[in-house]
Design a protein around this ligand. Structure first.
Ligand SMILES: NC(=O)C1=CN([C@@H]2O[C@H](COP(=O)(O)OP(=O)(O)OC[C@H]3O[C@@H](n4cnc5c(N)ncnc54)[C@H](O)[C@@H]3O)[C@@H](O)[C@H]2O)C=CC1
Ligand SMILES: O=C(O)[C@H]1O[C@H](OP(=O)(O)OP(=O)(O)OC[C@H]2O[C@@H](n3ccc(=O)[nH]c3=O)[C@H](O)[C@@H]2O)[C@H](O)[C@@H](O)[C@@H]1O
Length: 433
């Protein structure tokens, strides 16, 4: 099929490449010339495992090209909209400017019989509004909402082998078109839910709200564990054995960040308030507050570990991205902690395998190094805030020799406390003695 993907960021670049990998003819469109130049040269403009390989093979096959010229989307049968929906400046609601602009710029290029498919995460009601606009200007085309559930770090696999497909449609023909797009996944038995626009939009928001709630729940338990000497990791293991609860997303620590969970729960709250249903999701404000307190907790632990002040103390911050296997620093708890410690007068040196460039762009005031050894050298305190494999795998004996003072705050509860303590370290975790 001929497909266009409007917006080639973390979601769109992977989607476009994956669709071409599946055999479709794909054009990726973005307004960012640098991004398009990089993608056209088969260089991913961000770090995502597996993307370089499929981008290279799809580009070489001739089935994938990138452009800043939206008129090249003209002959596509399916147009995916994958532009950003960030948090509005000065409020919690989603900023739909990019969706609206992309949609308007696409309208003159929508052929009769084409399907416009929203992938961006939007407030419920958006699809209905855009469908009405489409009916005015391209009455022989249709709209669908097909939310995306990929995780950064696993984006390629999640796109090629999704755990479910959700189609929000207003006519059966649209579902049939999407079935052709996702034929491979459907033949592999992927569950598919065909529903209306509002439900499809809400499925996405609800899924992210649930995941955020799960993380804040365990972080709330970690706080009680801290007050009582209990161990939140053992608690999570024990409740996680109950299949109704499940162990995944019960890792206590510095909390959730990224370009999605934080802004999505705020946008959901704002939309529910607009609908007069603010009370129903008021708990999400508490989920957000618990999450942000985790960042402060790690900073407080650092101050405490250094005897009440971090002023002019050398602190090695391990990790700046919001999670491992990504270079994304959007709303990153790790970077927030580093910035906060710097603000308290600490001599912070932050390191990360992939995120330094993005971090430096946002916070040039911090000192960065890509070398873990250089970060650790003569540190008065080590703060692990993104659980990259290389930090989890640090040898406590060797690491103790590099630092000035063997004290570590394990902001992700990933270090083996016994072996670190046996090597002379003072170890502080989150919700663990
Ligand atoms: N990043 C992720 O893991 C996931 C993101 N999403 C949702 O997907 C959407 C996109 O997110 P990301 O890819 O992370 O954002 P991003 O910021 O990485 O990418 C958005 C892209 O859209 C481009 N763009 C903006 N206006 C445009 C226009 N008028 N025409 C063409 N391109 C335009 C930007 O230049 C940028 O490259 C958001 O709604 C997000 O919530 C959903 C699931 C996963
Ligand atoms: O809408 C989106 O963009 C995506 O948001 C999340 O994906 P992602 O942001 O890539 O990352 P997650 O793996 O969900 O992690 C989010 C944050 O939660 C934190 N987290 C995760 C799990 C956990 O147990 N504890 C915890 O603190 C991570 O460190 C990270 O900061 C969802 O998992 C995806 O399904 C969704 O498509």
């Amino acid at each position: 099929m001929r497909i266009s993907v409007i917006g080639c960021g973390y979601l769109g670049a992977v989607h476009a490449s994956a669709m071409a990998e599946l055999g479709h003819e794909v054009v990726g469109v973005d307004v960012d010339e640098r991004k398009i130049a990089a993608l056209s040269a088969a260089h991913p403009p961000f770090f995502e495992p597996g993307l370089p390989e499929i981008l290279a093979s799809a580009t070489a096959s001739g089935r994938l090209r990138f452009t800043t010229d939206i008129s090249e989307a003209d002959d596509a049968e399916v147009h995916f909209i994958a532009v950003g929906t960030p948090q509005q400046a000065g409020g919690g609601a989603a900023d739909l400017t990019y969706v609206d602009l992309a949609f308007e710029s696409l309208l003159p290029h929508v052929a009769d019989g084409a399907l416009v498919v929203g992938k961006s995460t939007v407030p419920v009601g958006t699809a209905e509004r855009l469908a009405a606009r489409l009916a005015e200007t391209a009455p022989h085309a249709a709209l669908a909402w097909n939310p995306e559930f990929l995780r950064e770090g696993f984006a390629v696999k999640d796109t090629l082998e999704p755990d479910r497909l959700v189609y929000g449609v207003d006519r059966p023909e649209s579902a049939a078109v999407l079935d052709r797009v996702y034929r491979a996944a459907i033949e592999a038995g992927t569950p598919r839910i065909v529903t209306d626009f509002a439900t499809a939009e809400l499925v996405k928001t609800a899924a992210n709200a649930f995941l955020a709630t799960k993380i804040s729940f365990i972080n709330a338990m970690a706080d009680i564990a801290d007050a009582t000497g209990a161990d939140v990791t053992a608690l999570a293991d024990a409740i996680g054995h109950d299949a109704r609860i499940g162990r995944r997303f019960l890792n206590a620590g510095v909390g959730f960040g990224g370009g999605c969970l934080p802004k999505d729960i705020r946008a959901f709250t704002a939309r529910a308030e607009e609908l007069g249903r603010g009370k129903s999701v008021a708990f999400l404000k508490e989920i957000d507050a618990i999450n942000l307190r985790q960042r402060q907790k790690v900073v407080d632990l650092a101050v405490e570990a250094l005897g009440g002040s971090v002023f002019q103390k050398r602190i090695a911050v391990l990790g700046v991205t919001f999670k491992p296997e990504s270079d994304d620093v959007r709303d990153s708890p790790a970077l927030d902690v580093a910035v906060h410690l710097k603000g308290l007068g600490a001599d912070v040196i932050a390191t990360d395998p992939e995120g330094i460039e993005n971090a430096r762009e946002r916070h040039p005031q911090l000192e960065y190094t890509t070398s873990t050894e250089a970060a650790l050298a003569d540190a008065d305190l080590v703060v692990l805030v993104t659980e990259w494999r290389e930090y989890r795998g640090l040898d406590p004996v060797d690491t103790a020799r590099r630092v000035a003072n063997p004290v570590v705050i394990d902001g992700r509860n990933v270090l083996d406390r016994d072996s670190w303590r046996a090597a002379g370290w003072t170890v502080r975790g989150i919700g663990r003695p």
